[in-house]
Design a binder for this molecule. Structure first.
Ligand code: T1G
Length: 702
């Protein structure tokens, strides 16, 4: 890559256009800062130059500071981003930003250092630093409230969301919106005076100092644990009590404090993993994905209906098949009700709802599915029915169609064997509710072709999911690991903990809810029936198992659906209420098992549950069921609400240190669970070599 990233060209009208050309998205590198400062100072000193426009080459204006340079020392003499921005603002000629594309983080900060701004209608603009566990660190928290009202500024900085140019225009963040941003910016630069935002406090006097505490209260529940977002409010709040110079110094201090926190490292890991996950080592580079222009879904129950919604939401027509007219009408009715709900909450227009429903076609005939590019089966979770369905699909689907199963527990190879085209068969495991949960666990069979794998990975993106490709085994990756975590949670109950204690530890760690509240939501009857299926499949085990869920099932304590499970639930409320009757059931189990109940510490609860995920994850990596630790991390973040600011179970274990994780697992294995908690060989190996899962993965990829 050439290190010339800033190009200049003089227009006949006397405007100098400074173009940033640092593929792929004009991230701000050290060279960028040096060359931009030089270019803008030269323009200011050149009498032939009447005014200046700054714009980006390619699809972005500026993607922000180059995240890959974080923590690296720049060459001596390199200006900071703030120094570069001030050089732009101090240019004696009018400087206008032509925001041709994404202006994110330092990109927007740079645009706010220009005297005026023109944006393209669909240019995505914002300060997403909190999504990296940090805060805007180059005057953004002090400039945005000087152009937008404080609520808008706080919303943008705390959410980290990018908004389109049109919205940024309406908010006053840009001064005009135009398709040809350079032309519009040149005209503006020739007529408008120099305007230094850092000297303009006019919008600050309207700010109610109480707005910040109110904002903190309003964000507390949604952003629990995301510390950077709360520190961003602190930085913005300084606009009411500090002048600009003090405000940016305070901002810089907070930015520096955040940069090297565990959560910042975790969220940078997730940022890059979100992109790396699509480049799976088992899909050769350049493999062509089959275009998905038409889909089909078998089964219009909860999962089938949710799956179908994903496609019509992305503008892809879906034919959905049910066996009876009554089931079809009921299923389509539920989809319509779902959309109507969203419309009533003002989150979808009636017109968009109608357009989406118009893309849905119901049928009872397999022949109507033949021209779909992909068909996703979401019928009962029994192998006989799946094989029957795939046998029919094999007969009716066009050549080259992808035959996918939404199964969460059954063997993809056995399903594929019901067809004459196993290379076209793959698992596409959606998580309930399928139209909400972002994880799509794609499960490759022995014979699945690279094209089919590439297709479901691209399709996942197309329908707004995070697609992760994994191998075929019991429970694939997510549920296989979950099984080990839930088992420890149940053992902890038998040893002395209560459901509320375990759930609080896991909730405070950052999950949306603990294992027992989750079981009550999903249905204890479901987990009981799954355990009975496993019993049928594998026979009784002489290893330690827990029968607590059997006891609950026997007493009809299925969870929220029966207003009692691990907890009690009042009519119409989902709030879990601890129930002494459950404590008695648990104590009865401890007695039956001859376990002397004891005080269990929160630390043991957290480690027993979370290290069980890590230990099984290590086995999954060793078996090649997951190709990289990042695949496991994303599965847990997007499928199981593992806290994003801890980076996923494998990244989190790397941060703790695998030697410590191994030592703790060793002790639990010996003292608490000799049957199931033996340390994974890969964990032992890496801990012994002083390595992390990431280093192991990078060595394999090299
Ligand atoms: N630094 C380094 N690489 C980046 C990058 C960045 N800021 N942004 C994107 N990339 C890479 C990305 O990893 C991918 O690489 C490729 O570019 C295309 O990205 C002081 C300190 C701008 C909306 O957080 O949100 O400024 O996978 O597929 O869909 O206050 O990129 O191809 O190898 O996402 O067109 C703040 C992060 C930084 C914005 C464009 N900025 N980027 O989306 O492309 S911190 C951000 C995005 C900061 C200052 C602070 C998006 C985009 P690869 P892409 P896209």
């Amino acid at each position: 890559m050439s290190d010339i990233v800033i190009e200049t060209a003089d227009r006949p009208d006397g405007v100098r256009v400074i173009t940033i050309n640092n593929a792929p998205v004009n991230a701000i590198s050290a060279a960028f800062r040096t060359q931009m400062k030089t270019a803008v100072e030269a323009a200011g000193a050149d009498d032939a130059v009447k005014a200046v426009v700054i714009t980006g080459a390619g699809r972005a204006f500026i993607a922000g500071a180059d995240i890959r340079e974080f923590g690296k020392t720049p060459p001596a003499g390199t200006p900071t981003l703030t120094e570069m921005i001030h050089a732009i603002e101090d240019c004696p000629k009018t400087v206008v930003a032509a925001v041709n594309g994404a202006a994110a983080g330092g990109g927007l900060e740079t645009a706010l250092g220009c005297h005026w701004r023109v944006a393209a209608p669909r240019a995505m603009i914002g300060l997403p630093e909190v999504n990296l566990g940090t805060i805007p660190g180059a005057t953004g928290t002090q400039r945005l409230p000087r152009v937008a009202d404080i609520e808008t500024a706080l919303d943008m900085i705390v959410s980290g969301d990018l908004v389109p140019g049109t919205k940024a225009g309406a908010a006053g963040i840009v001064d005009a919106v135009a398709d040809d941003t350079v032309e519009a910016a040149a005209a503006m630069a020739l007529e408008k005076p120099v305007r230094k935002l850092r000297e303009d406090d006019s919008k600050l006097k309207d700010i109610d100092a109480g707005a910040f505490d109110a904002y903190r209260k309003g964000m507390a529940r949604r952003w629990r644990g995301f510390d950077a977002r709360f520190r961003a409010v602190d930085a913005v709040e300084n606009v009411v009590s500090m002048d600009y110079a003090a405000g940016i110094r305070a901002e810089r201090d907070i930015f520096a404090e955040r940069q090297e926190t565990e959560s910042a490292r975790a969220m940078r890991h997730v940022f890059f993993s979100d992109r790396e996950v699509l480049r799976h080592p088992s899909i050769p580079k350049g493999t062509e994905a089959i275009p998905i222009t038409k889909a089909a879904v078998i089964g219009c129950g909860t999962m089938g209906g949710g799956i179908a919604m994903n496609f019509v939401n992305a503008g892809i027509p879906v034919t959905i098949l049910e066996m009876t007219e009554e089931a079809l009408i009921r299923g389509l009715g539920i989809i319509e009700k779902n959309y109507a709900n969203t419309v009533s909450k003002g989150r979808l227009s009636q017109e968009k709802m109608d357009a989406r429903l118009a893309l849905l076609t119901g049928t009872q005939n397999y022949e109507d599915l033949g021209d779909a590019d992909i068909v996703i089966e979401a019928v009962f979770e029994t192998m006989d029915i799946k094989r029957e369905v795939f046998g029919k699909l094999d007969e009716v689907m066009k050549d080259g169609a992808v035959l996918a199963s939404n199964t969460s527990t059954l063997d993809i190879d056995e399903i594929a064997a019901a067809t004459k085209r196993p290379e076209a068969v793959i698992g596409t495991h959606f998580f309930s509710p399928a139209n909400v949960m972002r994880l799509l666990e794609n499960v490759e069979g022995e014979k699945t072709s690279p094209e089919v794998k590439a297709t479901v990975m691209k399709m996942g993106q197309q329908i707004g999911k995070v697609p992760v490709l994994v191998g075929n085994c019991d429970g694939f990756v997510g549920n296989r690991m979950l099984h080990h975590y839930i088992r420890q949670a149940k053992f902890l109950l038998e040893e002395g903990a209560t459901p509320a204690q375990v759930d609080k530890v896991v909730f405070d760690f950052g999950f949306a809810m603990g294992p027992f509240a989750m079981s009550d939501l999903a249905g204890n009857d479901v987990s009981y029936l799954v355990s009975q299926e496993a019993l049928k499949k594998y026979g009784p085990s002489n290893l330690r198992t827990s029968e607590i869920v059997n006891r609950l099932y026997e007493e009809g304590r299925y969870g929220q659906k029966t207003s009692k499970g691990y907890y009690l639930y009042e009519e119409g409320s989902r709030a879990p209420i601890p129930d002494p009757a459950v404590d008695a059931i648990i104590a009865g189990e401890s007695k039956r098992l001859g376990i002397e109940r004891r005080e269990v510490s929160d630390e043991e609860i957290l480690e027993r549950c979370m290290f069980a995920l890590v230990n099984e994850g290590a086995k999954i990596l060793d078996e090649g069921i997951a190709a990289r630790p990042l695949d496991i991390d994303l599965i847990y973040i997007y499928g199981y609400s593992f806290p994003r600011y801890r980076g996923g179970p494998m990244h989190w274990a790397d941060e703790i240190g695998l030697d410590h994780v191994l030592a703790r697992i060793e002790s639990y294995w010996k003292e608490r669970d000799p049957d199931h908690y033996e340390p994974a060989p890969l964990l032992r190996r890496l801990a012994g070599e002083g390595k992390t899962f990431k280093q192991w993965s990078d060595e394999r990829a090299a």
